[in-house]
Design a protein around this ligand. Structure first.
Ligand code: BTN
Length: 234
């Protein structure tokens, strides 16, 4: 399987994740859908995703739907693709990719039957953001003052996803987690994680083999947190 061996390029779509759902049947693993703009881009937790021209909005069709390390694999791949341009974004758990402390990319994984859809949004050349997003979101163009070829970046990203997905399939989890650790801003940080019905406050020790964040509380109790809204406190 080669990620990106088949690429559908659309000018405009509601959401690349929704589009790929329509062509699931008969599409091989590794199929990629890319759009110049999305009219109803979807973010995590039911939020909308700002998707104007200039961004890289894409979805990748994969298997292994039961694998909770897929989003982590995508985060590592995004960071590695940027390393080819001497840019070093960092991963904020669970799935945000930050540059200079601002979110430049996000990942939305959806499972349909025996397939996984890896939705990746990268604010590559986005020129400006609505006022309500400006505090937390940015683009690589705004942060570096450089313009990037979407096509070239897509190739770097497909190569990285391909390699890291292969690590996952080969169950080389330690290798994948080592990469994640080197891209992440989480280790040793004080965090507050909001979960349905509870809040976890503590220091991040590590990530486990399921992709859960290992957090130690002030009373030394340890919690493995699978998902949630995470805020850095230090
Ligand atoms: C997040 O909230 O951080 C996840 C954002 C994921 C956005 C991407 S853009 C391509 C794909 N299609 C969508 O509708 N969403 C994902």
């Amino acid at each position: 399987m080669i990620v990106g061996s088949k690429v559908f390029h659309l000018n405009e779509v509601d959401s690349t994740n929704e589009y790929i759902k329509q062509i699931l049947q008969g599409s091989p693993e590794g199929t990629v859908v890319v759009a110049d703009t999305q009219t109803a881009g979807k973010g995590r937790l039911g939020k909308t995703w700002f998707s104007p021209e200039g961004g890289l909005w894409m979805s990748v069709l994969l298997q292994h739907p039961d694998n909770c390390l897929l989003p982590l694999t995508a985060g590592v791949s995004i960071c590695e693709a940027f390393q080819s341009y001497d840019i070093s974004p960092r991963i904020k758990w669970p799935n945000d990719v930050l540059l200079n402390g601002k979110k430049i990319a996000g990942i939305l994984t959806e499972i349909i039957d025996d397939r996984a859809i890896l939705g990746i949004g990268i604010n590559l050349n986005v020129q400006q953001f609505p006022a309500e997003l400006r505090e937390k979101a940015s683009s690589v163009f705004i942060e570096t003052k450089k313009h990037f070829s979407t096509q070239s970046f897509l190739q770097h990203l497909c190569k990285a996803v391909n390699e890291n997905y292969q690590l996952l399939k080969d169950e080389r989890i330690d290798d994948l987690l080592a990469k994640w650790r080197s891209c992440s801003i989480m280790l040793g940080r004080d965090v507050r994680i909001e979960l349905p019905g509870k809040t976890v406050i503590g220091k991040v020790l590590d990530i486990d083999r399921q992709g859960a964040l290992i957090v130690v509380r002030a009373d030394y109790s340890i919690e493995h947190v699978m998902a949630g809204e995470c805020r850095l406190l230090d």
